[in-house]
Design a binder for this molecule. Structure first.
Ligand SMILES: Cc1cc2nc3c(=O)[nH]c(=O)nc-3n(C[C@H](O)[C@H](O)[C@H](O)COP(=O)(O)OP(=O)(O)OC[C@H]3O[C@@H](n4cnc5c(N)ncnc54)[C@H](O)[C@@H]3O)c2cc1C
Ligand SMILES: NC(=O)c1ccc[n+]([C@@H]2O[C@H](COP(=O)([O-])OP(=O)(O)OC[C@H]3O[C@@H](n4cnc5c(N)ncnc54)[C@H](O)[C@@H]3O)[C@@H](O)[C@H]2O)c1
Length: 421
């Protein structure tokens, strides 16, 4: 463990009760930073069950996985930051339960920490593959830095890597594996990669991208069993009887929000911890942010849960201000995410539910993978994704936020500035 561990127990060292943050990753660390940034001078206890001080996950499937980014580059703050900002960092410490009435969290080692306000940034956990043989060595998931180290060790030139799930994890790992010289097969239950996020029109671009890079893509398949030898995976059997040899299997079939603590405590949970637009949960002294929060979004008029980096980066600022009693702290940012695969870089701004659009408009060179795709409903832009085109997220965000009906011919025309639509 790096950083400080003052071992705060009881009532925050005998003084005022501290603000306690459970979950010490991007969301938790940014919340501590935001509290200090807002001028809060009381105690902050940041508790995380991982042993590493807070780090960011995007490099784990990209530069860090490829060995290009060093471990030092993944951390949210340098080790001394926590002591310098008087943040008590308790890593390697799982919170076992929350007593809402007593304003106390109990740790897995039976310690207790009282809180004045509590912020839950417990994130999410990978869904496990529910088939025989899935618990063998060589069946790998990707959530933590250690997971990324394990996968990196498997990506040797010529190694046979089977990736299950063609979502963001599956495709980014497939790209890293091909770049490392491994032979890659991707098995996806649906007909295309990223289908539920991007829809058919844009999903096809990603199928093409990976095919061109030599990935064997198999869609509409069902994994029946992982075969093995002496407890180590050696292959995958599909429901139609097809068998594939594998030196390692990487599973990326989605995540589930880590709501167990909240649910057991009696907080309202529905596809994540339910919060209002201030990120306050059903208990007025408890807030939630990041992957785990299903937050009411004023722009969309509904609760949404966003499983992306920018949300875990920005929501904590709102949660911090709200729990310090600032009534204007409302989270209404338009969701944003990015991905890198081979030489394709993309940014996406907006929010579209599966089948929630009626038209896709392309601007630029789709075949050459240098374009912007817009998803529309009733002539209004719900989201835009720029692929190998840069510095356009601000005007796209503005289009989404405005909700105005646009001229789709002008939208498709690269000569019309986005600001003029
Ligand atoms: C490999 C990978 C690559 C990604 N790449 C991108 C990308 O390119 N772009 C993008 O937009 N998004 C990306 N994401 C998604 C992004 O990383 C997540 O949205 C973000 O990590 C969410 O942050 P969080 O702090 O809310 O939760 P998490 O990062 O899940 O952190 C939650 C923390 O809480 C801890 N915790 C949980 N329960 C307890 C408990 N009871 N007691 C103590 N601690 C607890 C966990 O151990 C964990 O450390 C990627 C995710 C992964 C896994
Ligand atoms: N660039 C990014 O934004 C980025 C990168 C990596 C990870 N992440 C985040 O990490 C989380 C996990 O990513 P993920 O890729 O695991 O989830 P995902 O939800 O993006 O994709 C899961 C994929 O697995 C498929 N699938 C589900 N069950 C299957 C099965 N039994 N067999 C075959 N296919 C199956 C789904 O149809 C889907 O295509 C997500 O929250 C994601 O947003 C984001």
């Amino acid at each position: 463990m790096t950083g400080t561990d003052n071992g705060t127990t009881g009532s925050g060292g005998g003084q005022e009760r501290p603000i306690v943050i459970v979950g010490a990753s991007l969301g938790g660390a940014k919340a501590a930073e935001a509290l200090r940034g807002a001028g809060y001078q009381g105690g902050i206890v940041l508790i995380g069950e991982e042993h590493e001080r807070p780090y960011e996950r995007p490099p784990l499937s990209k530069g860090y996985l490829l060995g290009k980014d060093s471990r030092e580059k993944i951390y949210v703050h340098p080790p001394q930051w926590y002591a310098e900002h008087d943040v008590t960092l308790r890593m390697g410490t799982a919170v076992a339960s929350i007593d809402l009435a007593g304003h106390t969290v109990t740790l897995a080692d039976d310690g207790r920490v009282e809180y004045a306000k509590l912020l839950l940034t417990t994130g999410s956990v990978p869904r496990r593959l529910p088939v025989p043989g899935a618990d063998q060595d060589g069946v790998l998931y990707l959530r933590t830095a250690e997971d990324s180290d394990r996968i990196r060790a498997a990506l040797r030139p010529g190694a046979r890597i089977v990736v299950i799930g063609a979502g963001w994890i599956g495709l980014e790992v497939a790209a890293a594996a091909r770049t490392s010289g491994a032979e890659v097969t991707v098995l996806e239950a649906l007909e295309l990669p990223l289908l539920r996020v991007l829809g058919r029109e844009v999903a096809e671009v990603f199928a093409e991208l990976h095919r061109e890079h030599g990935v064997d893509l198999r869609f509409g398949v069902k994994v029946a069993e992982l075969t093995g030898d002496g407890g180590t995976v050696t292959g995958v059997t599909l429901a139609d009887g097809t068998t594939l040899a594998a030196d390692a299997v990487v599973v990326g079939i989605g995540i589930a929000p880590a709501t167990g603590l909240a649910e057991a405590a009696g907080l309202e949970v529905d596809n994540g911890i339910t919060t209002d637009q201030h990120l306050r949960t059903s208990d007025p002294d408890v807030y939630a942010a990041g992957d785990v929060a299903n937050a009411f979004h004023p722009l969309f008029g509904k609760h949404i849960r966003v499983e992306h980096w920018a949300n875990a980066l920005n929501q904590p600022q709102t949660a911090a201000r709200a729990l310090l009693g600032q009534p204007d702290a409302v989270y209404d940012r338009v969701p944003y995410f990015f991905s890198d695969q081979y030489d394709l870089g993309l940014e996406y701004v907006g929010y579209v539910e599966p089948d929630g659009y009626d038209q896709v408009v392309f601007r630029g060179d789709r075949a050459g993978r240098e374009f912007i795709a817009f998803w529309l409903s009733g002539g209004r832009v719900l989201a835009g994704m720029n692929v190998n085109v840069w510095d356009v997220t601000d005007p796209i965000r503005e289009l989404v936020r405005s909700g105005r009906v646009v001229d789709t011919k002008a939208l498709a025309d690269p000569n019309v500035p986005l600001q003029e639509l």
